[in-house]
Design a protein around this ligand. Structure first.
Ligand code: HEC
Ligand code: HEC
Ligand code: HEC
Ligand code: HEC
Ligand code: HEC
Ligand code: HEC
Length: 365
């Protein structure tokens, strides 16, 4: 699989080195209303919805409809296709871009460190609050106690992060969530949670949520190339990093005396000749590497994007939260994309994980 990906990537890059266009995402529900809604929650006097009658007269709740025991990626519902985030029949071998809740689910791997603990999927995490985040108990009293903060994903469930679900909204534009008051539900219906952070994520949505992907076929994420002195600014724009930091406040660009003291997010991968970064994503000093959907980067803007690009522009594109983490869950602690315990310095010639950017830490060359 990996080999095929690399081969494809090489062909794509060699052939064009420019944007590869994939048709506009038709990610809007279609089909008869009764596939998903029930008007009175009654069918021949029996209740129609799963559990209690639900908001917006739905047949099932977010977790129910987005879980499956048959497929770990997508399943058909009438003429719509449901993206699956919680596979219930064992550890999934394949999963969508956000990862999968299987590993954190009480009915699955049941390991709190491997995902965000969402009501209906797993019990409350033992962590006192979002690491790096605010103790929101003392902050405007939104969450009055730590217990309530632990319940961040309980009161609102999935909507702790997907605050603006808009299944019927038109999201046929290439770039989603570009406007401050978007009606398209923002990128994947994600909008910010914390104080001071702007609402709504902007990005390019892959048609099948990366059930299939390669160097030229993937999501695109917006980043904000803050200058190193701008680290305390909250004006991170409509970026994934700003979104994550709405809850994990401190974890982006902290420096002390111009030295990094936390791994930066939204820091440009420097194109400094001779540095390991100039070789990132196999750029080998050319300024352009091969995009790896397993180690995504953020773009400073989408001005000339007609779809996803198959290259990483070294000196322009950025490392960000999702370069290393899967937001729903992963087989690894801290919902990481790779087994951090297996990132061995000087171990060989790995080109993925940390080594995608820190190219000289493995081979030593
Ligand atoms: C009855 C089934 C059903 C229910 C209930 C449901 N969804 Fe969905 N959801 C879908 C389908 C179908 C899609 C795919 C629509 C499309 O093609 O974009 C989808 C897509 C999504 C997406 C991806 C959006 C994108 O841009 O691709 C998110 C995020 C999402 N749903 C979150 C939620 C949340 C949060 C809830 C609860 C408020 C919820 N869903 C309830 C069926 C459902
Ligand atoms: C594939 C599943 C699906 C189908 C088919 C579907 N809906 Fe929905 N609809 C949803 C989901 C999920 C929500 C709740 C989350 C949201 O608002 O995005 C929703 C929300 C709504 C809402 C409230 C929010 C809004 O956008 O106004 C209305 C009204 C609605 N649907 C009407 C309809 C009607 C009428 C039909 C048939 C013509 C229909 N739906 C077909 C999944 C579906
Ligand atoms: C901690 C925040 C967070 C929580 C909680 C969360 N999501 Fe997501 N979700 C995300 C992010 C971020 C993405 C975008 C991932 C990407 O594109 O790389 C996403 C993507 C998605 C997608 C698109 C498929 C994919 O994997 O990219 C669906 C559908 C979805 N979420 C549904 C849900 C449902 C249903 C729940 C509750 C069971 C939920 N999410 C809980 C952050 C969250
Ligand atoms: C709505 C608030 C919220 C948002 C937004 C959010 N998180 Fe979290 N996150 C939490 C809370 C609360 C915890 C601790 C409880 C848990 O793991 O469910 C947590 C835990 C974590 C953990 C540690 C997991 C563990 O259990 O050890 C990681 C890693 C993480 N988040 C990464 C992210 C990333 C990356 C994003 C952005 C895609 C993000 N979070 C967005 C609230 C949030
Ligand atoms: C370069 C990779 C990388 C990036 C980028 C990154 N993280 Fe992490 N993160 C890790 C690793 C590795 C860990 C495991 C613990 C450690 O080594 O510090 C971790 C741990 C965490 C934890 C758990 C901390 C705890 O106390 O248990 C949270 C929360 C988290 N990251 C959130 C974020 C957020 C939010 C962003 C973006 C602002 C982000 N991470 C960006 C690699 C990264
Ligand atoms: C997508 C690219 C990317 C990935 C993946 C990545 N990093 Fe980084 N890393 C960077 C960038 C960019 C910087 C900041 C470079 C600069 O401007 O000084 C950085 C800085 C660092 C630093 C501080 C270096 C210094 O000069 O102070 C360490 C240590 C580090 N990364 C470790 C890791 C580890 C461990 C992993 C894997 C968990 C990882 N990184 C994954 C891009 C990445």
């Amino acid at each position: 699989m990996k080999k095929l990906l690399i081969t494809l990537a090489v062909i794509l890059t060699a052939a064009t080195m420019v944007a590869v266009f994939y048709g506009p995402a038709a990610a809007k529900v279609t089909g008869v209303c009764s596939d998903c809604h029930t008007m009175h929650n009654s069918q021949e006097s029996n209740s129609a919805a799963t559990g209690e009658p639900l908001a917006t007269l739905l047949m099932d709740d977010c977790v129910g409809c987005h879980s499956s025991s048959d497929s770990s990626t997508t399943y058909p519902l009438g003429s719509s296709t449901v993206p699956v985030v919680n596979f219930t029949s064992g550890a999934p071998a394949t999963y969508l871009a956000g990862g999968n809740f299987y590993w954190v689910a009480d009915s699955g791997g049941n390991d709190d460190a491997k995902g965000h603990n969402v009501l209906g999927i797993s019990g409350v995490d033992s962590l006192p609050f979002a690491p790096g985040g605010f103790n929101c108990g003392s902050n405007n009293n939104c969450h009055k106690s730590l217990a309530e903060e632990q319940d961040m994903f309980a009161g609102s469930g999935c909507q702790g992060c997907h605050l603006s679900p808009a299944h019927h909204a038109d999201d046929s534009a290439t770039v989603i969530g570009a406007a401050s008051s978007s009606t398209d539900g923002y990128y994947r219906f994600l909008s910010g949670h914390g104080n001071g952070y702007p609402h709504g994520v902007c990005g390019i949505e892959n048609d099948d949520w990366q059930a299939n992907y390669n160097a030229g076929n993937h999501n695109e994420y917006l980043g904000f190339s803050a200058s190193k002195t701008d680290i305390n600014s909250l004006s991170y724009g409509h970026t994934v990093t700003a979104f994550c930091c709405g809850c994990h406040g401190d974890f982006h660009m902290e420096q002390k005396n111009a030295e990094w003291i936390r791994h930066p997010s939204d820091a440009v991968i420097p194109n400094t000749a001779g540095s390991e970064y100039a070789n990132a994503f196999e750029a080998n000093g050319t300024g352009f590497g091969i995009y790896d959907p397993n180690v995504p980067v953020a773009r400073p803007n989408f001005t000339d994007f007609t779809g996803p690009k198959s290259t990483v522009a070294i000196g322009t594109d950025m490392v960000m939260c999702l370069s290393c983490h899967r937001p729903h869950g992963s087989p690894f602690d801290d919902l990481l994309r790779w087994d951090y315990g297996n990132m061995l310095a000087g171990g060989g010639s790995n080109t993925t994980g940390c080594f995608a950017c820190h190219t000289k830490k493995d081979t030593g060359s």
